[in-house]
Design a protein. Structure first.
Length: 116
């Protein structure tokens, strides 16, 4: 291939890439949006089953959890940092990702530490 053919081929592939990326972003927004349609709240409890007063219905409720709170999901502890969640295994998650994780594992989610 000469330079022109190379650039033409690159341009075609780049156009396909851009179209695929736009489709990916649209699907991602649709996935986030559907999370706000949930109507069933979940109440976060302590390990002993005591109520915490924290109810989670949408990702906004997860975002409203105060910085410094720690929740356990299964065998991992998650610390609420400033605008994101950090696991004991150094994994970082956004609020919508944590909402899905909490709801999928709601039988094994407990508040470990409540900040004020």
């Amino acid at each position: 291939m000469n330079i022109e053919e190379t650039l033409d081929k690159w341009g075609e592939l780049h156009d396909k890439y851009e179209a695929a990326y736009q489709e990916y972003r649209t699907l991602e927004v649709d996935m986030w949006t559907v999370l706000y349609d949930n109507e069933e709240p979940f109440e976060l409890v302590y390990l002993n089953g005591e109520h915490t007063g924290i109810k989670i219905k949408t990702p906004n409720d997860v975002a409203d959890i105060i910085t410094g709170c720690v929740i356990a999901i299964g065998g991992a502890e998650w610390f609420r940092a400033d605008g994101y969640w950090l696991s004991c295994y150094d994994t970082k998650k956004e609020d919508h990702e944590m909402f899905v994780r909490i709801m999928r594992n709601r039988d094994h989610v407990h508040l470990i530490h409540k900040s004020y």
